[in-house]
Ligand binder design. Sequence first.
Ligand SMILES: Cc1cc2nc3c(=O)[nH]c(=O)nc-3n(C[C@H](O)[C@H](O)[C@H](O)COP(=O)(O)OP(=O)(O)OC[C@H]3O[C@@H](n4cnc5c(N)ncnc54)[C@H](O)[C@@H]3O)c2cc1C
Length: 404
Amino acid sequence: MGRSAIIIGAGVIGVTSAYALARRGWQVTIVDRSSGPAMEASRANGAQLSYCYTDALGSPAALASLPRFVFGGGGVSFRLPMSTDYACWLTQFALNCSAAKFRKNTLAVLDLAQHSRQAMAALRERHDLQFAHRVAGKIHLLYSEKDRARAEQMQALKSARGCEQHVLDRSELARLDPALAGNDALDSDVIGAISTPSEVVGDPYLFCRNLLSVLTSDYGVKTRFNCAASALEDGPDGARLTIAHGEKLTADLAVVAAATDSNRLLAPLGRAITVQPMKGYSFEMPLSRGSPDISVTDSKRRLVFTHLKDRMRVAGIAELGNGSNDIDPAKIGWLIDAARDCMPDAGDYAKAGKFWAGLRPVTPNSQPVISRASKAIAINTGHGALGWTLAMGSAERLAELVEN
Ligand SMILES: Cc1cc2nc3c(=O)[nH]c(=O)nc-3n(C[C@H](O)[C@H](O)[C@H](O)COP(=O)(O)OP(=O)(O)OC[C@H]3O[C@@H](n4cnc5c(N)ncnc54)[C@H](O)[C@@H]3O)c2cc1C
């Protein structure tokens, strides 16, 4: 008999973890409370594989903005009142806002992102997966000379690690994408952008669905959907998971990849991790003549535009501590208005639809938790705003960890 593993969570992190283990010969069962894969944070996110833009959330600038965020500014808000866990998260976040920590955390995630890029390339060589994967390039808009100076510093650090980035003036942007030409194409305050030609887009929902179908057909992976995991036990001979109706599943290893719900299983084992939900929203609209092919990140309004096949997806808003998946129409309205302010011709705003909300599982240092809680229990979660980008590399790291 080979080694067996149960993976709790069928988002991008759970599905890629299943792939990394199954490829190494593990007998894998995926358990998820939803009716299929990628029904929560991995469903309709920004769809950007940001292999070079890995900047940590905690920075001196973020610390200075904290008081403003409490009252909700520019799409970012911190929810009150405080619970002990939340206060602990905020304290650790504040401690990660020094210039030195920002640099360390950004570069640690950059390394993982490079690992992900390689692992994704290897996967695509092995299997013909269709998920609208495209090297689209990306620009990150800049609004001040201070922004530009910071961007130049980061560019120098990242190019030393193989990431090609250029800091461009506004007048140079049209060269990258004709849709950025003309006075009305972009907010008039934009002074330039960081351009990263190698950045990729891809649909995370299609990816999970199609990878899962390969996993079940070629690797014998089993699935248990509509099964909420309610308790996890750790034993010398393996892990025991209680699912719906009290049924118990056993395996040599359980991997907790349940995003913001992971502590429901880990806390009773004394293994709680420091993670909070950061809620965000997205919508889609038909393309128009002014739709850019290139991905655009707007640092002022903290939103992204992604040209995904035949549509434009816009994602943004960061509400720390909000753990509800409900769609607030006022927030969707804010996102549509903010996107229109930034790029009025990016798509047909009158036909905006497919409104969605999801919870980013964020850690105070912006680094995921990929660890072994015990011989029988491993953790792979806390990927925050970059889970889609980091999924393949994280899964490889997890598999290497449990093999040793
Ligand atoms: C608005 C927005 C935009 C984003 N844009 C990007 C982007 O452009 N690029 C990028 O890289 N990342 C982006 N992200 C981040 C990314 O979406 C997340 O980091 C990633 O989806 C997390 O994946 P996951 O598998 O950990 O979580 P999820 O996809 O949420 O998966 C967790 C799974 O666990 C299951 N689960 C939870 N509890 C239980 C339980 N008790 N029993 C059984 N099952 C359970 C859930 O049903 C779910 O399927 C964005 C996120 C948001 C919200």
